[in-house]
Write a protein that binds this ligand. Sequence first.
Ligand SMILES: NC(=O)c1ccc[n+]([C@@H]2O[C@H](COP(=O)([O-])OP(=O)(O)OC[C@H]3O[C@@H](n4cnc5c(N)ncnc54)[C@H](OP(=O)(O)O)[C@@H]3O)[C@@H](O)[C@H]2O)c1
Length: 172
Amino acid sequence: MNIVIIGATSGIGKALFEKYVNQDNKIGIIGRRAHLLDELHRKYPSKTFIAKADITNIDEIEYVIQTLHKEFEHIDLAIVCAGIGEINAKLAYSVERPTIDTNVVGWTFVIDMLYHIFEKQDYGHLVAITSAGGLRGEPMAPAYSATKAYQINYMEALRKNAFNNGGTYSSY
Ligand SMILES: NC(=O)c1ccc[n+]([C@@H]2O[C@H](COP(=O)([O-])OP(=O)(O)OC[C@H]3O[C@@H](n4cnc5c(N)ncnc54)[C@H](OP(=O)(O)O)[C@@H]3O)[C@@H](O)[C@H]2O)c1
């Protein structure tokens, strides 16, 4: 399979990369920390394509996804892990704002771009790592739980769109 993981330099995205790279896949990985991308590329040079980008920089992330799409010709699976969240019970706007910029503004651009790629291809699996934190408002992290609720609802909307257009959908 040709796989793209956005947010693969650490955590869940990196663990998914390690899982899929050990199977018969080509994987494009995206994140901001270039030295971590380089490390993963050095470990699996023939199967890994790296691209440094910040999902809040729309021109940059658009270019990088386009480039990976051209390189792969088709994408079978795209996993969007990129996300941030901090404890912020005191509601510092300097914490809420980047959380919204990342988990809502940049995230929406990435999800929509991948959705359109799959629409054109007429196949593809689009996966977003949201959070159980999005099921209820969380007093310790209001922007995190609210942005994750947004993601859950957005993915539900896209699943319904895909289904109405003849696709299948599942939710976990
Ligand atoms: N860990 C949990 O318990 C848990 C539970 C529920 C949901 N989640 C969700 O799972 C996802 C991954 O979380 P994690 O725990 O694995 O955290 P993590 O280790 O901090 O990983 C986040 C990944 O997202 C990337 N990222 C963050 N902001 C980005 C941006 N602006 N542009 C591009 N890449 C960006 C980071 O790469 P760079 O820093 O290199 O850019 C990193 O690879 C998040 O969406 C999180 O909300 C996590």
